[in-house]
Ligand binder design. Sequence first.
Ligand SMILES: Cc1ncc(COP(=O)(O)O)c(C=O)c1O
Length: 420
Amino acid sequence: MGGFSRRAGALVVDAVPLAAIAEGAGTPAYVYSAAMIRERIARLRAALEGVPHQLHYSLKANACRGVLTVIRESGCGCDVVSGGELAKALAAGFAPSQIIFGGVGKQAHELREALRSGIRLINVESAAEVALLASIAAELGVVAPVGLRVNPEVDVTNAHRFIATGEKGHKFGIPIGEVEAVGRQVLASPQLRLLALDMHVGSQLHSFDAYRNGADRLVEVAQRLQGLGAPLAYLDVGGGLPATYEAEEAPDLAAFAAIVAGAARTLGVELLLEPGRFLVAEAGVLLTRVIYRKENGGRTTLVCDAGMTELIRPSHYGAYHRIDSVAQVAGTMVADVVGPVCETGDFLALGREVPAVEAGALLAVHTVGAYGSVMSSQYNARPRAAEVVVDGDRWAVVTARETYADLVRQDVVHPEWRQR
Ligand SMILES: Cc1ncc(COP(=O)(O)O)c(C=O)c1O
């Protein structure tokens, strides 16, 4: 089994010392363990063994090509939420028949791209989107494979209100009370085929109550639609399985599987899942070097070469990420671990007990494989970090570090001014 451990005091990923990667790829750099991703996929599949199912990895968690390759080669499909993610999934070699397209604000051109490429399922989120999809399918002379993303309006208990999505009034999905009417609209159109009901109630879900209550509601409305002749083939329960950031217990996959598999069995359909975070979060670290150690108004501050531009989760969600020294050091200290960006909100950890390192030390910020690199930015004109995949005793840069040339690539040097 792969993962992060210490050998002779040095932090290694699988069989590769992180210091060697920093030396070869520079910092900041995202580093992912292929073995850990494969192990997560295998674990989830084993829990679902008794029920026909397919894992559609959620690209939004991490769309790095090297990571997508590991996931595709493990036999997973994927779930995308924009035309851009669809393009990335196809470029990474996913077959259209392995791709699900969701998202609350799909535009006409994105629906057209999805229908043209022949993807497995489009999860629609409103009556207006159903009408738009039907007209585009007619224009292209195809029948669109439709899922209805339902907002089951259940209570969601999780880490942060920004990652709860299935409560009453959230912008996502069709309110549960309107699903039958929208289902009838789909059934009435010769351009649409109603294949699935879908939900995604939230992310980082340690309690499975929202899955249980949401699935119960979906089953009820799905049975009514089946009674009206809907040829349902799938129940899509979305993503949401949690990662361990601090000391949270690993999720009880058997308990999760019993809930979602039971719902699919009741309907006699295949189960689809859209896991993101659970598959990749713990497989990634952010390698960063301490540029300066300074004392500031009674606080010790480690100024690193990574900050909110590489990892916005601490600042945006108040998220906790464990921070380790790559080389073993004696003793700890309480410090603010911050980046070089001109914002007070630019930090990786505040007032945290960390190894007592000096300037020049390498740090590993853990559990960043999901919603890390994908949320990075060029703010302060900072080129985006490199990404590295480790596979056993080999490693490779799979996303090149951006250069200063990349920062000005889209600039229009001689604008073509137009008259109104
Ligand atoms: C529709 C949908 N599916 C899947 C996911 C993946 O969620 P997670 O990373 O929590 O598994 C998300 C995350 O926001 C989502 O919006």
